[in-house]
Design a protein around this ligand. Sequence first.
Ligand code: ADP
Length: 729
Amino acid sequence: MFRPRSTERRPRDTSLVWPILLIVPPVIILSVVALYSLREDHAAIDRDARRSAAALATDLARRWGARAGTELATLIASACSGGGLEAQGPTDASGAGLVPLCGLVVDGRIRVPFDYPALPSPPGWLRELTPAQARLWRLVADASPQTDLATLRRMVAPLSGAPSAVRVNAEWHVVRAEVNRDPSPRAAARLADLAKRSVGILSESGTPLSDLALLLALRHLPARELPEALLQDLRQRLVESPSFLSSALVEEAVRVAPGNTGVAGLSARWAANERALALLRHLPLDAERPAEVWLGTEQRAWVALVHPLVASDAGSAPAPRTAFQVTLVPARLIERVFQAAASERDDIPKYAAATLRLGDRTWGTRGAPSASTRPIELASARGQIDLPLAVPSDAVSTFAGELLRIAPQAITARQETPGGVVRLNGVPGGHPFTVVLELTDPDQLYASYRIRLWMAIGLILTATLAAFGGLAATWRAFERQRRLGEMKSNFVASVSHELRAPIASVRLMAESLERGTIQPGERQQEYLRVMGQECRRLSSLVGNVLDFSRIDRGRRQYTFEPADLPALLAQTVDVMRPYAAERHVNLVCAAPPGTTGMGQPRVDREALQQALVNLVDNAIKHSPSGADVVVGLEADPNASGQDAGVPARIRLFVDDHGPGIPAGEQERIFEPFYRRGSELRRETQGIGIGLSIVKHIAEAHGGRVVVRSSPGAGSRFAIELPGPTEAAS
Ligand code: ADP
């Protein structure tokens, strides 16, 4: 049968648009503003760090430059004030490598420390001998070591007219033979004497004879007895004419007199000289302005502060093309001075490290930053070390002859030659360096920022979740409202229909009776019975609606009084029997034995009957013609054993053999206005509030309504009530 329910589709409601507009954009704006201010925050931290780093770097550069200038000046003054060997002043006894070395290079030749040829070169005197002298010399030179002294002296005698170099060389042969035969301390004295007299004379093989004699003298000295005079000779040799034998001489002196402080000092200075020479030999010298060149190995690094000098010709000697003062500063000294300057500023932030760049090298104030994280440069400042000239401005050098000494005030030549002198003056300018402040620990710098970042992210997430939660809740409420609205309008349509049909039939029958067209008798009786029944249905419908309205407004009141439930049940069945008959349904009342003695629970009789009527009405409505509907009463025995005979629970049930209800809908059917099936296909009458009223009544009694059903197998609706407090007497 077609049911005139509202089926037209209403236009989609737009009431969700406003909540979305009011919630989502603010959340987006909040997030954007938060992220933007965080970015600004990050930039501000960066800016501040760079600003303070710049101030710090400038201050460090100033301090370091000044400090390095004065400290190095003092050290250089004491290390480079002398000439030759003395130029390497105080020895680095601690071995800490903290003493600078000085050098002077003129025209590409190392003048300080005094450089010497690494290999012997043939002496000039050999070429100048007359054939007769040469023959005589060969005899002496080739004499076997076994030749006796008298013979040897006789062989030497004819050479008395030869040049002094030949004579001294011949004497060397004689003395050596004498010493071989008499290796006493006297022999050492004799050799020392010869050494003094043979200064500047080379042996036939090109070795300085003086050094050879000294070496032999040292070898013949008794242990620990080094005469002061010999030490002086040795010092002079090392200062004035060092040679490739000098190292051997020093070693020998140390071997003879290991505890002698003079020897130890000499040895240390010689070692410094050698070191300076070794470094200077590797120094590329093409600078026209002060330059910084790194030399040596990583462990023993030196920086050569190369300072060009202006050479002015003070005589007729040809002017040198280039002159350089070289100050060799150990890397560790640079580092120590830098550390000291940095330690004066104890406000270097923990996230940063100060490094110094000089030439192409860098030092850090703290542990070198790990290679994996490349430090970021925060700021840098340039500075300059102004070094004094180690060679005083009035230093002079002869370049026609040999440059051998640098006196405290001047470089003087050992041999003043008529060639003249050259004056050396310093070129103004210092050695530039850079102090860099690097960001080594970004985690520390941005620690507070990170906390704010996470807080902001947390805030944004919470706000987003809250916004979406709110939207979801709004949407659900909105959907609920929409469904409720829909169901209410369906309800109004259903109620109108349910009212109109019985009223129409009652009106029709009443008019027929009024017109007298119906003959008194059985037909008339039938009309009156149907009219009565329709009116009862109408009043039950209206009762339900009114009740629902009261429940909806929370105004439904109950009056509880003891009631005889089996009687109530029988009465209800009696009320419903005509309707069952009309629907050809067999209504059975099943109150099993024992239920009569269950006592009289306190109930609202009228309400409970209304609930039962609703359940029976539904059962009849959904039963096929000829089926049974059983209305019954059950009592659950009291499990505790106390109050025997008083049931724990009373169950009023209605069984039918209708279509049943799928499990998914067994809860929803108790919602107000809910009716199963589509609006168009509903075959049963009803307005969808019956079961919600039953549920309310059951719960008002402290009980509940339950359904047990499966599609095709019928249903059982039961009102479960708590048992009466006392047993029936
Ligand atoms: P109605 O006025 O539609 O009967 P109810 O609240 O009484 O309203 O019932 C809600 C729905 O539950 C009904 O539409 C029907 O589909 C289903 N229902 C109720 N009782 C039964 C039953 N005994 N057998 C099958 N379905 C039932």
